[in-house]
Ligand binder design. Structure first.
Ligand code: NI
Length: 167
C-alpha cells in the first residue's frame, strides 16, 4: 500500500474529467487500497481518484466512527435523487475550509465495487452528501463551485498564497 499525494485547490488537475473503469484487475484493486489508506490517514470521510491525480471513475467513502465500513464506488451513476438538504462540507483538497452546500437529500447510486460486481445503495444524510460530493470530483467539479464568486475568489487567493509559501 502507499499513501498518495492529494492535489489541493486550485490545482487545474482537479478539473479533469475522469473516464470509466473498463477492466477490473489488480490495478483497480491497488488504486482502491491506496486511496482508502490515503483517506484514512488524512483523515477524511471520502476521496475521489481525481484528487490523487488518477482520472478514473473511482471513489472511496467511509463515514463510520470506527473507520471499518469502506464503501467503494467504481463508475457510479445517480439513479434517483429527491428532496433538498443543506450540509456543511469540507474537502481534503481544500484543507481547513468548510461551508454550506445544498444537495439532494436522498439518492440512489448504482456502481460497481473494486471486483466489478454491481452494487446499488440508497443513501440520505451525510452518506448522500458524501457520495454527491465525491461524484462531483469525477467531473472536475468542487464544492467551492457552489459558493458565491466573492467567497470563491477569496478562497482561491488564500490557497495560492499558502501554496507559494509552501513551495
Ligand atoms: Ni472533496
Amino acid at each position: 500500500m502507499a499513501l498518495l499525494t492529494i492535489l489541493e485547490y486550485p490545482d487545474p488537475r482537479l478539473r479533469k474529467v475522469a473516464v470509466p473503469v473498463t477492466a477490473f484487475g489488480p490495478e483497480v484493486a491497488k488504486l482502491v487500497r491506496d486511496m482508502a489508506e490515503t483517506m484514512y490517514a488524512a483523515p477524511g470521510v471520502g476521496l475521489a481518484a481525481t484528487q490523487v491525480d488518477v482520472h478514473k471513475r473511482v471513489i472511496v467513502i467511509d463515514i463510520s466512527d470506527s473507520k471499518d465500513d469502506l464503501l467503494v464506488l467504481v463508475n457510479p451513476e445517480i439513479a434517483a435523487a429527491e428532496g433538498e438538504a443543506e450540509c456543511e462540507e469540507g474537502c481534503l483538497s481544500v484543507p481547513g475550509y468548510y461551508d454550506k452546500v445544498t444537495r439532494a437529500a436522498r439518492i440512489t447510486v448504482k456502481a460497481r465495487n473494486e471486483h466489478g460486481e454491481p452494487i446499488e445503495r440508497t443513501a440520505e444524510g451525510l452518506l448522500a452528501v458524501c457520495i454527491q460530493h465525491e461524484m462531483d470530483h469525477l467531473v472536475g467539479k468542487m464544492f467551492v463551485d457552489y459558493l458565491s464568486p466573492l467567497k470563491r475568489a477569496r478562497l482561491t487567493a488564500k490557497q495560492r498564497k499558502k501554496q507559494r509559501l509552501a513551495s
